[in-house]
Ligand binder design. Structure first.
Ligand SMILES: [Zn+2]
Length: 295
């Protein structure tokens, strides 16, 4: 009975944390699409892009099984940028666009964006008080386990990557500390990592927790973990902005880390800049774009 219950709760925990932020998206190939599809324009759809053709048309590069937006009348690159949380430059880069001109029915690959918001994704005000003094709850105060030996020392930090935990529905009934402990169990036991993959986690009340000690390379952005500090905010920021207290803590933590490692605001990226993922959600991605542009 006990064994059964244990197994059951293990499965539950696994299911909950498997949903957590990851970059485990299917692999893909670049293809050239021949024609726009007959799907309703102006809607993001998840249907696979057409099979690769041999035609050497100059159509944008699309990727199959990934969110594709079909341009409709009145759309501009900047309106799509505001509604998707991606920058104009990102949309141009992902779609191999040399100019800002768009054609109706043109298909745009918008990584991590499964639905364009109706209204502009307004970034929240950026005038948060910036303090380099932060208080961080050490992992000894929340973690149940020591860090295992399979770690790589962190090299010179050149980048900071922001994530969301993309919590399951059960998070509402759980404290942040319980959530962290569950996530660490999942990272240790299922993924066989040394400990939780992120270096810092910002709770729903703005508390900053130490995750993986910063002396070690993290496990948060596939193939991009070298020299890269990972910060994750608890929540799903495809639905709404993080709480003001979370953004205040994030701003202070970024100031502190940037000053310590002498890196610019441009070195702060969202996970979706690096891997095929929706993380950290369009609202937080939009905040990051403003942060990078304003400093
Ligand atoms: Zn992520």
């Amino acid at each position: 009975m006990m064994g059964h219950m244990l197994k059951y709760s293990f499965l539950l925990i696994s299911a909950l944390f498997l949903a957590a932020c990851s970059s485990t998206q299917p692999s893909y190939k670049y293809v050239n699409t021949a024609k726009p599809s007959s799907k309703t324009p102006g809607r993001v759809n998840n249907t696979p892009a057409p099979r690769p053709t041999r035609s050497s048309s100059k159509k944008p590069i699309l990727k199959p099984n990934y969110p594709v937006y079909e341009v409709r009348k009145g759309d501009t690159l900047s309106s799509i940028s505001r509604r998707s949380g991606l920058t104009v430059a990102q949309i141009q880069r992902y779609n191999n666009l040399k100019s800002t001109r768009l054609e109706i029915d043109q298909r745009l690959y918008l990584p991590g964006v499964y639905k364009l918001s109706k209204a502009k994704v307004n970034p929240p005000p950026m005038s948060y008080p910036v303090s380099k003094n932060i208080s961080v709850i050490p992992r000894s105060r929340w973690a149940k386990y020591k860090v295992k030996g399979n770690v790589t020392p962190m090299g010179k930090v050149t980048k900071i990557t922001i994530h969301h935990t993309d919590d399951g529905p059960k998070l509402s009934k759980m404290s942040d500390v319980k959530f962290l402990q569950g996530m660490e169990s999942h990272h240790r036991n299922n993924r066989k990592w040394a400990c939780i993959g992120y270096h810092y986690i910002i709770g729903r009340d703005g508390t900053i927790y130490e995750g993986r000690p910063a002396a070690y390379q993290g496990a948060h952005a596939r193939s991009n973990n070298q020299n890269n500090i990972g910060i994750s905010l608890i929540g799903d920021f495809n639905k709404a902005y993080p709480a003001k207290s979370q953004l205040t803590s994030l701003t202070a933590l970024l100031s502190n880390l940037r000053s310590k490692h002498k890196i610019s605001a441009k070195s702060v990226v969202g996970h979706r800049h690096l891997n095929q993922t929706e993380c950290p959600g369009k609202y937080l991605a939009s905040w990051i774009n403003s942060y990078r542009a304003s400093r």
